[in-house]
Design a protein around this ligand. Structure first.
Ligand code: ADP
Ligand code: MG
Length: 332
């Protein structure tokens, strides 16, 4: 296989979306069903790839909804309903399915969305991975969704919440992770149960110039905005918001730059990276306050291409891996 996940999508699938403007050439977080208010996204979770083998079934269900809700959040859309596809491994018990459904029920009531249909099948092979596919429908904001394409030179770059916690949570499952015992549970929880930033996303509609949810890794997803908008994103390493737990881990690492780039490329954060012109700073601050969401200004948009991670003295932090690609390719 040549190229990464995004090359494959561009070469084989994007041409199939050809005549439909609402598909955006398969380069955004969600598609728009033109002449309706619907915004649609789909994300797939596979056991052993997106969640640990044997993960509690209610948590799998909730994560499956939340990763999709995060795409809606980044577009400023609000949840409506979803279609669910499940491939259950041989040996699944009714209690497993009941736990899964209970997880769905919990998050349906948290996020106000409803199951609309789907498909269910059993896998004949022993130890096959549980596979869950969700197609989520949302309702777009009145002025249209926030695309990845609107970042312009001179805009500020912002990030909600903190980065790297989920990546550390996954790392905490491995031995010799370097993570303090006391921090493991909370970090793992951030990996298991992302918090889609729906209220913030809604408040950013009409304010942010571009947005993406951070699923592959901050640097990789910043690269997606840079590519879609035809600009460069310069991010300040010292401004990247990290939790006290992540800061403790980083402080214990010998190589501070390597630790920072780990946090900025680990993925599974499900925060929102967005841009806005400097005259909107007050509106952004208000959006953060009203929705009780921490928002940090982490960089600026420049002419050029790609993403740079800069130290305070202006020197560039070398980055070897910007994020996650299922086919091993390197995202810009
Ligand atoms: P996200 O992380 O925002 O969910 P992805 O990285 O999964 O986005 O996908 C990038 C783009 O490629 C999206 O527009 C998505 O709809 C599209 N895409 C990915 N896989 C496929 C596929 N198998 N068929 C059609 N479109 C796809
Ligand atoms: Mg996305």
């Amino acid at each position: 296989m040549t190229g990464g996940e995004f090359d494959l999508i561009a070469r084989y699938f994007a041409p199939l979306s050809g005549g439909e403007p609402g598909a955006f050439g398969l380069t955004d977080d969600a598609a728009v069903l033109l002449d309706t208010d619907f915004v649609v996204t789909k994300d797939l979770l596979v056991e052993g790839v997106h969640f640990p083998v044997g993960e509690a079934r209610d948590l799998v269900a909730r994560k499956a909804l939340r990763v999709n809700l995060s795409d809606l959040a980044a577009k400023g859309a609000r949840p409506f309903g979803y279609f669910l596809g499940c491939v259950w491994p041989t040996g699944t018990t009714e209690a497993d399915v009941a736990a899964f459904a209970a997880g769905l029920r919990t998050d349906q009531s948290v996020y106000k969305c409803t199951l609309l249909g789907g498909d269910t099948t059993a896998h004949v092979k022993k130890a096959a991975p549980l596979t869950v596919s969700v197609t989520m429908l949302g309702l777009g904001p009145r002025d249209g969704i926030i695309r990845r394409t609107g970042a312009r030179a001179g805009d500020d770059v912002y990030l909600s919440g903190t980065i790297g916690d989920a990546g550390l949570g996954l790392r905490a499952l491995a031995r010799r992770s370097g993570i303090a015992e006391a921090d493991r549970g909370a970090l793992l929880a951030r990996y298991q149960l992302p918090m889609p930033r729906l209220s913030l996303g809604g408040a950013l509609a009409g304010v942010a110039s571009a947005a993406i949810d951070v699923s592959d890794g901050l640097l990789a997803d910043a690269g997606h905005v840079a590519g879609a908008s035809g600009v460069r994103l310069d991010l300040s390493a010292s401004r990247l918001p990290v939790s006290p737990m992540a800061a403790r881990w980083r402080d214990g690492e010998a190589d501070h730059d390597a630790a920072t780039t780990f946090l900025a490329s680990a993925g599974d954060d499900y925060e929102i990276l967005f841009t806005a012109p400097p005259e909107r700073r007050r509106s952004i601050e208000m959006a953060g306050q009203v929705t009780k969401t921490p928002v940090a200004r982490i960089g600026v948009v420049r002419t050029g291409e790609g993403v740079r991670l800069l130290r305070d003295d202006g020197s560039i932090v070398r980055v070897e891996r910007t994020g996650f690609d299922h086919f091993g390719g390197q995202t810009p």
